[in-house]
Design a protein around this ligand. Structure first.
Ligand SMILES: Cc1ncc(COP(=O)(O)O)c(C=O)c1O
Length: 384
């Protein structure tokens, strides 16, 4: 294996002097130092609210939209600001106004955010079919087998939170296109650790949280919707700051709905959410400047180091060991499954933080981790 290109990765951009090893980015990513500085600046504005000018109300969301658009190859206007992945999924599920007898396909073992917004529509007669994958995630042929003239939407996670397997967006998206089915993708476990160009990928809508691989605060997220789909969505809200600015209140304005539905009709309320969006934007700008391709490469070398270093006689790796379906989520189990809980506790006691999901260990390193972090985890795992 070739040595890591950056000996310490990107770790110097993060504050980490407490001896802990965070290998659970699939749960939460840490804030980079530039984002902590940006948050301190936003706090300063709130300490003296005269700093919270109309210009800041405008530029904070504007900058964030630009940063997110750059990340996924979209236009800034097309980015809808959110507070979660669920926010965007609800916009789509509810805005589509699906009717009695329309069908939505989801994966039964997917993260609940991808299933629940559609299940709610069952009350209106919408059929929600939860497909159980043959392996870890759905393959195109399994989806093809369930396509019929009623199916309107397929909603899936790009990288599956529980297994670490990656769904083939190109193959599944093309299949959906061929059958006029909308493909809605949750990229929460991938954006920031894997490059994506929505213009070149057959997806109709993409949602993501901001607090995992994008290293933003909790309560951040976004949604991108292809223009053709936007035209089919009904906004179920009318937010004043999406139509007016604080400056407009200085004049007397006539309050009325805009003539046309546009992307802004869908933004989360509080688009200038200073404490969350200012540091989140700084984190995204940092990641983009470092380069998502370089970060992805670095992350994959950490994953490879973990795979190479694990005692193969003791552990079974159930996430992909190689290839394009491998992600930054490594899922493994002691051959004696009951030992996983003890191992998890031993790792935690040593300040090494991983996740225990459905009885298996999930390790998810990102750019802030180093070779030394991986070595520390391997030592405990192999000797445990
Ligand atoms: C794939 C996926 N989607 C969404 C979430 C979180 O959902 P939300 O932001 O809607 O609370 C997680 C994990 O927390 C996840 O793994």
């Amino acid at each position: 294996m070739s040595p890591l290109p950056h000996r310490e990765g990107f770790a110097s951009a993060f504050q980490r002097d407490d001896g802990h090893v965070w290998l659970n980015c699939a749960h939460q990513g840490p804030l980079p130092s530039v984002a902590a500085d940006a948050l301190a600046e936003a706090l300063r504005w709130k300490l003296g609210p005269y700093e919270l000018t109309a210009e800041k109300f405008r530029t904070v969301p504007e900058r964030l939209r630009k940063s997110l658009a750059r990340l996924i190859g979209a236009e800034p206007d097309e980015v809808i600001l959110a507070n979660s992945a669920s926010y965007g999924l609800h916009l789509i599920a509810n805005g589509l106004r699906l009717e009695d007898g329309d069908e939505v396909l989801v994966m039964a073992t997917d993260f609940p955010s991808d299933i629940l917004p559609w299940l709610r529509l069952q009350r209106e007669g919408v059929i929600v079919t939860q497909l159980r994958p043959r392996g870890h995630v759905l393959e195109p042929d399994e989806i093809r087998d369930h396509i019929n003239s009623r199916v309107r939407v397929l909603c899936l996670t790009w990288v599956h939170s529980f297994s670490g397997w990656t769904v083939d967006l190109d193959a599944i998206g093309s299949l959906c296109r061929d059958h006029g089915i909308l493909f809605v993708v949750n990229a929460s476990q991938a954006i920031g650790a894997r490059p994506l160009d929505v213009k070149a990928t057959p997806v109709d809508a993409l949602v993501s949280v901001g607090f995992k691989w994008l290293c933003g605060p909790y309560g951040t997220g976004f949604c991108w919707i292809r223009k053709e789909l936007l035209a089919r969505l009904e906004p179920l809200q009318a937010y004043w700051l999406a139509m007016l600015s604080a400056d407009d209140l200085a004049r007397s304005v006539e309050t009325r709905l805009p003539d046309q539905v546009d992307y802004r009709s869908f933004d989360v309320f509080g688009t200038a959410n200073f404490f969350n969006f200012v540091p989140w934007n700084a984190a995204i700008e940092y990641l983009s400047t470092a380069g998502i391709a370089a970060i992805a490469d670095y992350d994959q070398q950490l994953i490879q180091k973990l795979i190479d270093g694990l005692d193969g006689r003791r552990f079974v790796i159930s996430s992909p060991r190689s290839g394009s379906s491998r992600s930054t989520l490594l899922v493994l189990s002691d051959r004696v499954e009951e030992r996983n809980t003890t191992l998890y506790e031993r790792l935690s006691a040593a300040g090494i933080h991983v996740a225990l999901r459905a009885g298996r260990l999930r390790l998810s390193p990102h750019l802030y981790n180093t070779n030394a972090d991986v070595d520390r985890a391997l030592t405990i795992l192999n000797e445990g």
